[in-house]
Design a protein around this ligand. Structure first.
Ligand code: ADP
Ligand code: MG
Length: 699
């Protein structure tokens, strides 16, 4: 067996009990996984500071000084030991609450010590609780480790002695044991070209750096490696797909498409829409399976592209389906598309969680017969019971709401996988897209339909509410409709609901019947009630729709011109952008009013500012990424791809780009990594895939 795959309990100093917490807390099951548990920072133990250097933000510090007093204080059982350390700049207390007796026997008055620890403030004075301490005379011995690693740990690990120091100890044992057998995973070619440290050196020095310079080099090597293999994996999957998986060939553009284009298309396509439809046609006509991501800002007209490409599928005798993340959105699609295809004689139906059994049975039957041509719905579509006669084209709207595994199930709905178009209105910064969807082809709709006026965005404090209400009344007088959205604030749904109800009450008072009518929808309502309320608003029977974020995606009411976002400071940028995209769909000037409390955090202020400054989804996505980091972006959690150990998608953008382009070059020359020189890379990829089951799934 490969030594690096040895179960972690067999490492000296670990054993079954510690192994259990390592598995549970850090997902460390075997040697190589511990090896990539990297320190999050290092403290320079070769440098001495003085007591006067200590500031309130000082973390760890190393001092050298003389012990000038030793005192035991307090009652037995709760006693503590206080020693005064003096250097040429001042005096500081060292405190022990545990092991008092032992320390008392060890410390010597007037001796010089090297002290290392984390100062805290107590009674307006600094002290250092439980410092590491050793006689200065002995300190010299430790020259080998100047930069001391600090490891992430947890309470549970600490209770088993695996605090940073404990981890550092077993790491040292591990390194001694595996040195010499750590395989290189990058070809000599690349190592030379990029002047990268060999893998073993990098791993040794990331844990126990011999110098700052070696630490930097180790970091660079390991970051490159991490990003390189992600890209290599994605590009290889893509290659495999193109090579191995045949796709249905949609050779004609026929009756349905043409009649739709000539008689039903309600407006001119934008150039971007035309371009994207062409890209998709080229894919589906080529005999290879398409797997394409369509990015387009809210309101850019993705639905139409989805529809027209589905028409090509049915023109070629295939069935098509469209999956949306929520029932509201699925219904909305169903209604818009039904309107658009009127008179074409297409048989289309809706399938959601609340479709009644008799209807469901009928649907299942028609799907298997092949008489049902287009199916629109929610997750209900991927259930095993749903069997198509000949599914050829799949559209997934707001794909970031679905996991890779869910998408994979749609692939299996036919003997040859159908073509897949995934759509997203949450623009993804390029670097992130490269990593999350690196195995997909990408199309972008970068143009809004003509005649849209830029939405005016303004910020109001809660105290200006009357002014805002006045403005809303004017808009209503002009025949416009208004959304008022509340965030989910509390973990508890009950409290959120109360918040919404309070809002409803105050708005009802300001906009009384019979002059005004108000709809309300929230997550806890029954589907029928939600529908009823939504429909009243869609039909124009109510002027105000009060909602939680259930309306975030997909709702399309062109007459709605004002979006009021309550507690706007609580929303993330991309969510604010999505919400704002609900208005400005007609020809009238639209407004987005961001309501906040008086005091904002820096982050909150920055988000509001960004919203006012730009309506460009990509700009907003970049700002969001900078403000929040990639981990919090929608849809990234379930992917697991972004569980990066050392690299950072934003800060290491340059390395990422190099990694991707080199991975592409290598695969271009050697698609199956069969060349002698690429053998280490192949082995490296295999080892990684073993550890990451998600890696062999195609997005
Ligand atoms: P999204 O990309 O956010 O899904 P939709 O597909 O819902 O956008 O389209 C937004 C609105 O723009 C809809 O009302 C749609 O009918 C309209 N629309 C789409 N394409 C065009 C176009 N080429 N010209 C004018 N209006 C369009
Ligand atoms: Mg949409």
């Amino acid at each position: 067996m490969n030594l690096l795959e040895t179960p972690i309990e067999y490492l000296k100093g670990v054993g079954p009990k510690r192994a259990k917490v390592l598995k549970k807390e850090l997902n460390i099951y075997q040697f190589d996984q511990l090896l990539t548990h990297f320190p999050f920072r290092y403290v320079d133990r070769s440098r001495f500071y003085t007591i006067a250097d200590i500031q309130s933000d000082t973390t760890y510090i190393q001092l050298k000084g003389r012990i000038i007093s030793i005192l035991k204080i307090g009652k037995p059982r709760s006693e503590r030991l206080v020693a005064m350390l003096q250097d040429e700049t001042g005096i500081i207390e060292l405190v022990w609450f545990k092991g008092v007796k032992w320390m008392l026997g060890k410390l010597k008055l007037q001796e010089e010590y090297v002290v290392f620890g984390k100062p805290t403030i107590f009674n307006n004075k600094f002290n250092i609780p439980h410092p590491e301490i050793e006689p200065a005379a002995e300190h010299q011995a430790d020259l080998g480790e100047k930069l001391q690693p600090f490891y992430p740990s947890t309470e549970k690990l600490k209770s088993r002695g695996l605090d940073s120091k404990g981890i550092s100890k077993i790491m040292k044992t591990l390194l001694l044991q595996v040195q010499g057998v750590i395989p290189e995973t990058i070809s000599n070619d690349l190592l030379d070209k990029l002047k990268l440290l060999p893998r073993e050196d990098a791993l040794v020095n990331i844990h126990f750096p011999k110098s700052q310079e070696l630490l930097e080099k180790s970091r660079a090597r390991l970051k490159f490696e991490e990003l390189f293999f992600i890209q290599l994996n994605l590009l290889k999957l893509k290659l495999l797909r193109i090579e191995k998986i045949n796709g249905f060939k949609f050779s004609v553009v026929g009756e349905y498409f043409n009649r739709f284009y000539e008689h039903n298309l309600p407006f001119q396509l934008t150039n971007a829409q035309k371009r994207v439809i062409k890209e998709i046609r080229a894919d589906v006509g080529g005999g290879k399976q398409m797997n394409r991501l369509l990015q387009g800002d809210v309101g850019s007209g993705k639905t139409l592209v989805a529809l027209m490409t589905m028409l090509i599928a049915i023109d070629n005798g295939f069935q098509a389906c469209l999956m949306a993340p929520t029932e509201i959105l699925a219904k909305q699609h169903f209604h818009t598309i039904s309107e658009m295809i009127k008179g074409l004689g297409i048989h289309m139906h809706l399938l959601t969680g609340s479709t009644k059994t008799p209807t469901r049975k009928k649907l299942h039957h028609e799907l298997q017969e092949g008489t049902l041509q287009i199916l629109i719905g929610t997750h209900a579509l991927i259930e095993d019971k749903v069997i198509f006669k000949n599914l050829g084209f799949v559209v997934i709207d707001e794909q970031h709401r679905f996991g890779v595994a869910q998408r994979a199930r749609l692939w299996k709905k036919n003997t040859i996988p159908p073509h897949v178009l995934v759509m997203t209105a949450t623009p993804i910064p390029r670097t992130l897209a490269m990593t999350l969807y690196g195995d997909l082809e990408v199309s972008v709709i970068d143009e809004l339909p003509p005649g849209r006026k830029a939405i005016k965005t303004a910020h109001f404090y809660d105290k200006d509410r009357l002014k805002v209400f006045g403005f809303l009344k004017k808009q209503i007088k002009q025949g416009r409709q208004i959304y008022v959205v509340y965030p989910l604030i509390n973990e508890s749904e009950k409290l959120d609901l109360k918040h919404l109800m309070d809002g409803y009450e105050s708005i009802s008072r300001a906009f009384p019947l019979p002059e005004y009518a108000i709809s309300m929808v929230h997550g806890q309502m029954k589907t029928q009630d939600k529908d009823y309320e939504m429909q009243r608003f869609v039909k124009g029977e109510t002027q105000i729709l009060i909602a939680t974020t259930v309306i975030e995606v997909g709702v399309d009411v062109p007459n709605a011109t004002v979006m009021v976002i309550e507690n706007a400071e609580r929303f993330g940028l991309s969510q604010l952008h999505q919400l704002r995209g609900r208005v400005g769909r007609g020809a009238d000037q639209a407004f987005c009013l961001l309501m906040t409390k008086d005091k904002l955090t820096n982050d909150g202020r920055q988000r509001i500012k960004t919203m006012i400054q730009t309506t460009d989804g990509f700009e907003i996505a970049e700002a969001d990424l900078r403000l929040r980091g990639p981990g919090d972006l929608q849809g990234t959690q379930q992917s697991g791809i972004l569980d990066l150990k050392i690299a950072d998608i934003i800060k290491d953008e340059k390395i990422l780009k190099t990694a991707r382009s080199l991975a592409a070059t290598i695969l271009n020359e050697d698609p199956h990594l069969q060349l002698e020189k690429n053998l280490p890379i192949l082995e490296g990829l295999k080892a990684l895939r073993k550890n990451k089951p998600n890696w062999s799934l195609i997005s």
